[in-house]
Write a protein that binds this ligand. Structure first.
Ligand code: GLY
Length: 437
């Protein structure tokens, strides 16, 4: 079987690794990813140019496509590939609205009475924003309605001082049509611990994956700007040290209800549904959905798969998805990023990666936003390498990942505290305080 993986980063490298033993692998990617280029036939090109991706698929008689990033999904890549008879692991443009249109997502929760909803309002004029925020008593989160590559969300108490400052930012989002809509969505700020659950969806049913927790802040101690994610972990029982089986089941139930609602309101959702939740005093609240694997969370779950990925992809496309089996192991992923990240200070520089030593430790390198040129690996302005390790416990996996990071040199840094005992204790204590309050 010929499988085309669309996308250029560590997430797509992990997808390719999960498929490579069972299929003939093809890749369409913006940069030449050193990990993907050695296991797939590839074409370098902009993944957002969906007609060109479809042409490549047609020329190579691709059987199925797996879509990594959200941007091509928002442009209708799945519909484009369907026109030439190539089915995809990824939702069509209508079903992808669960990520690409946050107003659609919140209204779906409202209309179908899905639990885990947050207070929200969608605005298209400043007077209404101002009146709402003058009388709203809780802190808020301001979000563009459409896609902004994870850069548009601002939170009171984090990037925004208070609800008055939120007014100005909401106006900016609306006036500049950030994310492609001349609207802004304002939501209640949920308080608790964030976690991720991803699920394989066949349009009717889903098979959930182990829960993960990302570390979005750039610097140690959860300081600094919010990034695409500096590292993540999962535990050997599929739960998290602060997340009970009931919390997990309640979250999966929210995702199942969402899947049914999307089918009813838009179109059957076939692909990966990524649920970003906040575990609050009142149980899990849905922060947002993504219509794709998480990055870095895909690097936690894909190496744990016991069910062959190709079988899962076929079940997503044909229907009849059943339980997907994972190893009862913990995983830790640490992102190595250029110095200065998320600002662009050190890009287009060579970094040295001793992959043999990393592999000997039991670690694995997933290449992200780097470029292979003349046998050298060059950084870009974004995350460079995801170093991942599997272990019996989070502590064991963290040690391997941290030791492995020492074998990457150059103008780079990583968060040494990702998944450490100290930071996990901080998460548990934070959750206990919230439950007691
Ligand atoms: N971990 C954040 C994301 O995948 O969007």
């Amino acid at each position: 079987m010929k499988v085309l993986v669309v996308g250029t980063g560590a997430r797509e490298h992990a997808i390719c690794e999960s498929l490579k033993d069972d299929v003939e692998l093809y890749s369409y990617m913006a940069n030449v990813n050193p990990g993907i280029s050695r296991i797939a036939k590839y074409k370098q090109g902009n993944e957002g140019e969906i007609a060109k991706v479809a042409k490549f698929a047609s020329e190579n008689n691709i059987d199925i496509a797996v879509i990594g990033p959200e941007a091509p999904l928002g442009k209708g890549i799945v519909d484009e590939l369907e026109k030439i008879g190539v089915p995809s692991v990824g939702p069509n443009i209508e079903a992808a609205k669960i990520e690409t249109d946050k107003s659609f997502m919140r209204n779906l929760f409202l209309d179908y009475k899905i639990p885990g909803q947050l207070d929200f309002e969608v605005f298209d004029n400043y007077e209404d924003i101002s009146n709402f925020l003058d009388s709203y008593e809780k802190d808020v989160v301001v979000k563009p309605v459409g896609l902004t590559g994870g850069k548009g969300v601002k939170i009171v108490g984090d990037q925004l001082k208070d609800n008055q400052e939120a007014k100005l930012y909401a106006k900016e989002v609306m006036d500049n049509a950030m994310g492609g809509f001349a609207q802004v969505i304002i939501e209640e700020k949920a308080i608790g611990e964030e976690f991720t659950i991803q699920a394989f969806c066949d349009g009717e049913n889903l098979a959930p994956m182990p829960a993960c927790q990302d570390h979005p802040h750039a610097f140690e101690g959860d300081q600094g700007p919010i990034t695409g994610g500096m590292g993540s972990y999962s535990d050997n029982d599929g739960l998290l040290p602060f997340l009970s089986q009931k919390d997990y089941n309640d979250s999966v139930a929210i995702m199942k209800k969402t899947l049914k609602a999307i089918k009813d309101k838009a179109s059957p959702y076939k692909g990966i549904l990524y649920g970003q939740f906040m575990l609050s005093k009142d149980g899990p609240k849905l922060i947002e959905y993504n219509a794709r694997f998480g990055d870095p969370e895909s690097m936690n779950v894909l190496p744990l798969l016991k069910t062959p990925m190709v079988e899962i992809c076929e079940a997503i496309i044909d229907g009849g998805i059943k339980k997907v089996e994972f190893e009862n192991k913990a995983s830790v992923c640490k992102y190595i990023v250029p110095d200065g990240y998320p600002e662009t200070k050190h890009s287009n520089e060579v970094i040295n990666i001793d992959e043999n030593k990393i592999n000997a430790l039991g670690g694995k390198v997933f290449y992200a936003a780097v470029n292979l040129k003349d046998e050298n690996v060059y950084t870009s302005s974004s995350r460079a390498l995801a170093i991942t390790a599997i272990g019996d416990t989070i502590e064991g996996a963290e040690k391997i990942a941290e030791d492995a990071c020492k074998h990457v040199t150059g103008n780079v840094y990583h968060r040494k505290d990702v998944a450490t005992k100290e930071i996990i204790e901080k998460r548990i204590n934070h959750m206990n305080d919230i439950l007691k309050s």
